[in-house]
Design a protein around this ligand. Structure first.
Ligand code: B12
Length: 214
């Protein structure tokens, strides 16, 4: 069975057993946890495309829900293999959140795990985070970095409102901002005045290290 086909079968199994087997089999073969997630991610891409296709709709809301839940199971199962142990050397603190109107959190969770394994302290505000909560978070936790995630084209523009709020509250100079998630592009990040953009979690960690001078 081809990789994507197998990933699709695992993601669409509503009992969640196949996704567990999918991960364990690959771990036993010595595959890296992040590569396993990337393989499942290609399955999610396929489901997303089939969901979007208006002429021949192959996947529906229920498929998004089941595949999302299974991807979360995979992230949890692979978490110990992603983290690579605690580092003593602290790199800095980052405040993370998925912006208002958006409840997608799987990618943000993967990013958060990789950040922690690279020595960052992560304060995760969760999903559907409004600008006031981002500002409160900066005031309370005094992070060096703020990370925003958006998967919907309708919610990405809210990132600009958060940027404006940070300026309004006199906090923009205190933090560096990184944005990501499928609805965000490099060009968009530049337009809203973010300090960095990353396409995926691995690149995101690299950019965060650069931003804190590591
Ligand atoms: C699973 C899923 C859901 C689940 C989410 C479960 C959860 N807890 O997250 C549920 C069922 C809830 C859902 C709901 C909806 N969804 Co949805 N969903 C998906 C799906 C299939 C996968 C997303 C995912 O988790 N990918 C896996 C992770 C690992 O990838 P990722 O998020 O891209 O993250 C990576 C990078 O982007 C990056 N990253 C992410 N965040 C950040 C942040 C920073 C700072 C950095 C540096 C990097 C970074 O790192 C990650 C790892 O490398 C996508 C299709 C797709 N292929 O993306 C649609 C998709 C995002 N959903 C879509 C839609 C339309 C919806 C709904 C509106 C559907 C509906 N009719 O209700 C609702 C919206 C709900 C809301 N208000 O948010 C559309 C969006 C289209 C658009 N143009 O806006 C997509 C693209 C599907 C499609 N092709 O049509 N969805």
């Amino acid at each position: 069975m081809s990789g994507v086909k197998e990933a699709l079968e695992a993601l669409l199994d509503f009992k969640g057993k196949k996704v567990k087997d999918f991960c364990l089999r690959r771990l036993e073969r010595g595959e890296r946890a992040y590569d396993i997630l990337q393989e499942l991610n290609r399955g999610l891409e396929e489901i997303g495309r089939g969901y979007e296709n208006k002429e021949f709709r192959r996947y529906f809301d229920s498929d998004l829900i089941v595949s999302g839940a299974n991807m979360k199971r995979a992230v949890e199962l692979l978490r110990p293999h992603l983290s690579g142990g605690e580092r003593r050397e602290k790199r800095g603190k980052i405040l993370l959140g998925t912006v208002k109107g958006d409840v997608h959190d799987i990618g943000k969770t993967v990013f958060s795990i990789l950040l922690q394994s690279s020595g960052f302290e992560v304060v995760d505000l969760g999903v559907n985070v409004d600008k006031e909560a981002f500002v409160r978070g900066v005031r309370e936790h005094e992070p060096q970095l703020v990370g925003m995630s958006a998967l919907l084209t309708s919610t990405a523009p809210y990132m600009e409102e958060v940027m404006d709020e940070l300026v309004k509250e006199g906090m923009r100079e205190k933090v560096r901002v990184i944005v990501g998630g499928r609805a965000v592009t490099e060009e968009f990040a530049r337009k809203i005045g973010a300090d960095a953009y990353a396409r995926d979690a691995v690149e995101g960690v690299k950019k965060c290290l650069e931003l804190v001078g590591g």
